[in-house]
Write a protein that binds this ligand. Structure first.
Ligand SMILES: [Zn+2]
Length: 319
């Protein structure tokens, strides 16, 4: 008789014989295989065991393999006043703002919704190469903090922007907005980090978590070729239910879930699924990816509308 393998969910604590999956590393091209299980209770997909040599699976060019970065932005007075205009404009009806929608980047609309303005104290936790902070800086935001354990540049401490190498143990301040942009899925102990970040949130502050979503159409369709799986670097891929549970355990609540089908990653998944070991998804340019994605946009908007997309933004507030 084969005894079922009992594992304990690292998010909700459920101990059971959770369904097991094998996923193959593709983005860096090692093609090693890793075991995952999907919690029967909360739905979180998690690597098991967590590799002890995770650093080996990151290289200096890991991020540039999956994202294309712009050059560091400079402050622009024009953008500063444009952003100010948007953020302070009254709460007009959506319809009257529709013509303006394309004039501003998506994050500004999100900030407007959250009541974040250019003086708000913003932390980008796990800021990577700080592209987002530099972008905010160029739009006139002037209270910016970045922290990343793998920050490779010199520490920055200038008027309006501080960027340091490190983790939550260095946090001293309270923030209006904490951004975890594709970070939580990389954390070994996401609950511990969320708890600490909650303690550094102002009473009316918000934590914005952008992360892949398991239980999405992309996961069901592409399986191992789903570009968002990214084994072994993605340790926990949340479901909406598991994120709500994680938030609750950390004294937070999910105020809103905004579904997002992602830019270009759908195409990457398609290319992986056609030829998983060719790395063809990475060999084509950003321009080509965007061109291939275009005909699918209507379909992707539909799966966003029904809440079945590959990624989501979770708005977490103190409970
Ligand atoms: Zn669970």
């Amino acid at each position: 008789m084969i005894l079922p393998n009992i594992t304990k969910c690292r998010i909700c604590g459920c101990e059971a014989s959770h369904p097991v999956y094998i996923a193959q590393e593709t983005i860096m091209g090692s093609f090693e295989r890793f075991g995952y299980f999907k919690c029967l209770e909360c739905g979180c997909l998690q690597i098991d065991p967590i590799p002890t040599d995770l650093a080996r699976h990151y290289s200096a060019n890991y991020q540039s393999k999956i994202l294309e970065f712009g050059t560091l932005a400079k402050k622009s007075l024009f953008k500063k006043y444009l952003a100010w205009f948007l953020l302070f404009m009254g709460n007009k009806k959506e319809s009257s703002l529709e013509i303006l929608r394309k004039l501003f980047p998506g994050f500004l609309w999100q900030f407007k919704e959250l009541g974040i303005h250019q003086h708000s104290k913003i932390l980008d936790y796990g800021c990577g190469k700080a592209q987002f902070l530099f972008r905010l800086y160029s739009w006139g935001f002037e209270n910016l903090y970045g922290l990343d354990p793998y920050w490779q540049g010199p520490e920055i401490e200038t008027k309006g922007m501080v960027i340091k190498k490190g983790d939550y143990s260095q946090l001293r301040d309270q923030f209006d907005l904490i951004v975890l942009n594709h970070v939580i899925e990389h954390l070994e102990k996401p609950l511990d980090v969320l708890k600490i970040l909650r303690d550094h949130l102002k009473e009316n502050g918000v934590i914005l978590v952008n992360t892949p979503l398991v239980d999405s159409y992309g996961w069901r369709k592409f399986g191992n070729a789903w570009a968002m799986w990214d084994p072994p670097r993605h340790l926990h891929i949340f479901s909406v239910k598991s994120m709500a549970l994680a938030a609750k355990k950390c004294g937070l609540k999910v105020e809103k879930v905004k579904y997002d089908s992602g830019k270009n990653l759908w195409t990457t998944s398609q290319l992986f699924s056609m030829n998983p070991e060719s790395q063809s998804g990475l060999a084509i340019s950003q321009k080509e990816l965007t061109k291939r994605q275009k005909p699918m946009n209507k379909f992707l908007r539909m799966i966003e509308a029904i809440g079945d997309s590959d990624m989501a933004s979770f708005y977490l507030r103190i409970n």
